[in-house]
Design a binder for this molecule. Structure first.
Ligand code: NDP
Length: 295
């Protein structure tokens, strides 16, 4: 099967690497050197333009920061739309927004091209291992066609509803991740300042009812060790909380907690910049409180 992949970022690259041995894959990236290096490493084809990556492909996957960039990629003589043939499928792994994806889907359907939003959860390590959770928004027939492709990198692949439903699910998931990062940082800064050993407190939390993915995975790996690797940009998580807030507005849910977390993440993004990792939200709280959660 001929396939195209656009957007070899932190999560896009390991997803594309899972596809490379299973498809005749062409890769495009805004910074061409990354696509060039990928093509050499994984025996894929380098594409100079989105159009070239899509030409002849049965399926094209995209993984960009937001839906706005995906929509923009469609445009122009060298754009994605110009390369897509009728009958092709576009699977968007971006954590995007439902409204833009509905617009993209209706634009592509006029050319006979199917679209599904397929955001993922499980991080870079999950992508490398092929164990991502994939949340799909699509018509049923498109979901059925997409599934075998998504199985290259996903373990749990769920059809959430029509186009946009995958993005909605992902945005709420990530808003809850953001809540847990903030809440953990605040609670643990206070515990450490009160003299409780950080590692013991994390161990006890993780056999108690306040535990979360943050306390079970991210904190032991990154906060207790003080390693702070950069795998998922805080700026992207701030974007996700914003998408979740849009969903709350659309559905008439007031959401004071998520609005406050949205505000805290906007402040953290402004303070830490575009390259900081999402877990650095905890470091910001540590710094403000004068407490290091290590152990
Ligand atoms: P990165 O910031 O690491 O990479 C972004 C990618 O998009 C790069 O390939 C970049 O190209 C490209 N890009 C940026 N702006 C444009 C543009 N204007 N036009 C064309 N290409 C552009 O992001 P991630 O890979 O981490 O994230 C991608 C998506 O996946 C996001 O929606 C994110 O929320 C989501 N996600 C990320 C996870 C993670 O753990 N990192 C986990 C789950 C979801 P260039 O190389 O030129 O900069």
């Amino acid at each position: 099967m001929k396939a195209g992949f656009l957007g070899l970022g932190a999560i896009g690259e390991p997803i594309a690497a899972r596809l490379a041995p299973r498809a005749d894959l062409a890769v495009w990236n805004r910074t061409g050197a990354r696509a060039d290096a990928f093509a050499a490493k994984y025996q894929a084809r380098f594409a100079a333009t989105p159009r070239e990556a899509a030409t002849g492909a049965a399926v094209v996957l995209t993984c960009l920061p937001t839906s706005a960039e995906v929509e923009k990629l469609l445009d122009g003589p060298d754009g994605l739309e110009a390369g897509l043939a009728s009958g092709a499928l576009v699977l968007d792994c971006t954590s995007g927004d439902p409204a833009t994806s509905r617009r993209i889907a209706s634009r592509l359907s006029r050319r006979g091209v199917g679209f599904a939003d397929c955001p993922v959860s499980g991080g870079v390590s999950g992508a490398e291992a092929g164990t991502l959770t994939v949340m799909v928004g699509a018509e049923e027939d498109i979901f059925v066609r997409a599934r075998p492709v998504l199985e290259a990198f996903g373990r749990r692949i769920e059809h959430m509803g029509p186009v946009g439903a995958g993005h909605a699910m992902k945005a709420v998931n990530n808003a809850l991740l953001a809540v847990n990062l903030e809440a953990f940082g605040e609670g643990f800064a206070a515990l450490v300042k009160a003299g409780v050993p950080a590692r013991k407190a994390v161990e006890v939390l993780n056999v108690s009812s306040g535990r979360s993915f943050v306390s079970e995975a991210l904190v032991p790996e990154r906060v207790l060790t003080g390693r702070w690797p950069r795998t998922f940009r805080l700026a992207l998580l701030e974007k996700d909380v914003g998408i979740a807030l849009g969903l709350l507005d659309e559905t008439g849910v007031r959401g004071p907690v998520l609005h406050l977390v949205g505000q805290l993440f906007r402040q953290a993004r402004a303070a830490l910049g575009e390259d900081a990792d999402h877990v650095e939200a905890i470091r910001l709280i540590e710094q403000e409180a004068g407490a290091e959660i290590r152990g």
